[in-house]
Design a protein around this ligand. Structure first.
Ligand code: HEC
Ligand code: HEC
Ligand code: HEC
Ligand code: HEC
Length: 492
């Protein structure tokens, strides 16, 4: 499929290397499910059913129609012999999204993967909803070749469709294995709803960007349809597409290397050009102390980083003297995937607070969500999550932190930081320069990582196929730091 600028916008090709097409193959997800089951063994069936609801929705939904549960491990959907294996491995695919009905959209009962699909119609006569009006002739062609009747349904354009899976609550278990509450784990849709973007840009606008001009949709030809929204579904994850590409044979991957390379290039482009910008303000040198304020402005339609709590963004700030010698550095990235000076990477029980001012190299401004269990200790096991001990992820523009409900409010010191507001944060760096000679150069980088060191290494307490496999990948190729923005200035 080509658009009017002759770009290849083939839906299948663009979708195939996306994370949604690979949500079932994802080796970190599979390791995550194994971890949950090993920590909470009494809930093994419940957990696998819960986790497959969104990650293997087609197979899991098919099973649930027959009142059986989604299952992944030990002879479940991951097993090539399983009857629903192929459907499971296709992740979030065409006929999942395009069959979703709109009746419960935006309602709490639609969240956590409770999308509705009409199963009363017999196979061969079910609707596939899309934005366009369809002619009788084209409808027959598609019904004949796919078994679905293309039907105009404008509800597919609504962010509430994405919100069915991109709003996730998980039960909270205590150490005794009792369910003691509910935890708001991923709140992308409510965050978006609480921002100014809910008035201007839907999820589709940013994540299925429009092609250039119209595209012919039917194999029988016919009119150019526009706007044609490209199915690239790019987020910030450039690590997992690379792992899927590297270990394609053992992970049963269907997309080609060139597909993944295209997806990774799109992710990098989005991270560097439409995620956040940096500025350096109020530079000064007085009484042997150099001061500078780093201002971050977010262009993201929800919190950044968002979604799965292993994501983090942080400031790497370096100051050099006249000879180019580094006299101060905070937030350096280590080759093993950890951040120098970050307490949480060194010790699972500790973490960096949100800072308004950084005055020493072992302080790092990290924008992240630190999940806490019922005892208030940091945890990376989802079903042990009782709340966030820290959530200073950058807020989208128009997000009023004072009116955000507890499910997606700001937690920790950022809540009281007056310049931590919708769309921005400002951090003061105040560094004694000692005997060093100016002019000084200050460089600030905003870096992003999909799978933080602690989130991978906490899996090491188990000895299982899925956790060993993922840790093996992570040790060989740690989740890299992606550059979002950089800026530098000289202080005379
Ligand atoms: C309501 C839908 C939903 C359910 C249910 C769900 N997830 Fe997810 N999960 C997601 C989405 C959406 C993402 C991607 C978010 C992102 O990219 O930040 C994700 C991402 C992940 C990731 C990170 C994958 C990567 O490559 O970085 C892991 C691990 C994970 N989920 C584990 C689980 C486990 C374990 C369960 C069951 C307890 C579960 N998920 C249940 C929607 C869901
Ligand atoms: C994550 C959900 C999702 C998945 C998966 C998905 N689509 Fe879509 N699709 C959408 C949405 C949303 C729109 C409507 C975009 C708009 O008009 O705002 C759409 C629009 C379309 C259109 C109309 C033309 C266009 O792109 O605007 C076609 C045709 C289509 N999808 C086919 C497919 C095929 C084929 C696949 C599988 C390769 C697929 N879709 C997978 C969500 C999805
Ligand atoms: C104004 C543009 C914009 C809008 C609107 C928007 N997003 Fe995003 N989204 C981004 C950008 C930029 C990123 C990459 C930075 C990040 O991870 O937050 C992103 C990242 C994501 C990620 C990936 C997080 C990860 O771990 O890689 C998910 C999932 C996501 N968005 C879902 C949604 C959903 C669902 C909606 C609608 C409720 C939405 N987005 C609305 C711009 C947008
Ligand atoms: C059936 C559930 C489901 C629906 C509906 C759904 N998603 Fe997703 N989405 C997922 C899962 C699961 C993942 C995570 C895959 C992983 O990381 O293993 C994901 C991942 C993503 C990512 C990539 C995140 C990354 O890590 O880079 C983006 C972007 C995204 N979804 C956007 C959307 C948008 C936009 C819509 C609505 C048009 C939508 N999704 C609808 C389940 C869903």
């Amino acid at each position: 499929m080509k658009d009017e600028a002759a770009n290849d916008v083939s839906l299948d090709r663009q979708w195939r290397s996306s994370m949604m097409a690979n949500s079932g193959r994802d080796p970190y997800w599979q390791a995550g499910v194994r971890n949950e089951v090993l920590v909470n063994p009494a809930y093994a069936d419940f957990i696998q059913d819960k986790c497959t609801t969104c990650h293997m929705p087609m197979a899991r939904f098919t099973e649930s129609v027959y009142t059986r549960q989604g299952r992944l491990l030990d002879g479940g959907f991951a097993d090539p012999q399983d009857a629903l294996h192929t459907l499971a491995m296709d992740g979030v695919s065409c006929t999942l999204c395009h069959q979703i009905e709109g009746a419960n959209f935006g309602q709490p009962e639609s969240f956590s993967g409770h999308y509705e699909i009409d199963t009363t119609l017999p196979t061969g006569q079910r609707h596939a909803y899309g934005p366009f009006e369809v002619t009788q002739a084209n409808s027959l062609v598609m019904q004949g070749s796919s078994g679905f009747i293309p039907t105009q349904g404008l509800h597919v354009q609504e962010s509430e469709l994405c919100g069915t899976c991109h709003t996730l609550y998980t039960p909270t278990l205590n150490a005794a294995g009792e369910i003691v509450g509910e935890f708001a784990e991923q709140m992308v849709y409510p965050e978006w709803k609480h921002s100014r973007y809910s008035q201007t840009d839907s999820c589709v606008v940013c994540h299925l960007p429009a092609a250039e001009g119209g595209v012919v949709l039917s194999i029988t030809g016919g009119e150019l349809r526009q706007p044609f929204m490209q199915h690239i579904f790019v987020g910030a994850n450039f690590y997992m597409p690379d792992l899927l590409r590297r270990y394609r044979d053992e992970l049963l991957v269907s997309a080609g290397d060139d597909h993944f390379e295209a997806t990774i290039a799109l992710v990098m482009d989005q991270l560097q050009n439409s995620t956040a910008t940096l500025a350096l303000e109020n530079l000064g040198l007085a009484d042997g102390t150099l001061t500078a304020e780093v201002v971050i402005s977010s262009q993201v339609g929800h919190k950044f980083p968002t979604s799965y709590p292993s994501r983090r963004a942080w400031l790497h700030v370096t100051i050099r003297d006249a000879a180019g010698k580094v006299i101060f550095e905070s937030g350096a990235f280590n080759p093993d995937g950890s951040i120098a000076g970050n307490d949480n990477d060194a010790d699972a029980a500790r973490y960096e607070p949100h800072y308004t001012a950084i005055t020493a190299p072992d302080q790092v401004q990290i924008y992240e969500a630190i999940m806490g269990d019922v005892d208030g200790l940091p945890t990376t096991t989802l079903l042990r999550g009782a709340g966030y001990l820290k959530d200073n992820r950058l807020l989208p523009e128009g997000f009023d932190k004072t009116t955000a409900p507890p499910d997606f409010q700001v937690w920790g010191d950022a809540a009281e930081d007056d310049d931590f507001i919708g769309g921005a944060d400002r951090v003061l760096y105040a560094v004694p320069v000692g005997e060093a000679q100016g002019p000084f150069t200050i460089e600030a980088e905003l870096l992003y990582q999909s799978i933080a060191y602690r989130w991978a290494h906490n899996l090491a307490r188990h000895d299982s196929f899925e956790t060993n496999r993922f840790l093996g990948y992570y040790t060989e190729t740690p989740s890299p730091a992606g550059l979002v923005a950089a800026i530098s200035a000289t202080i005379p």
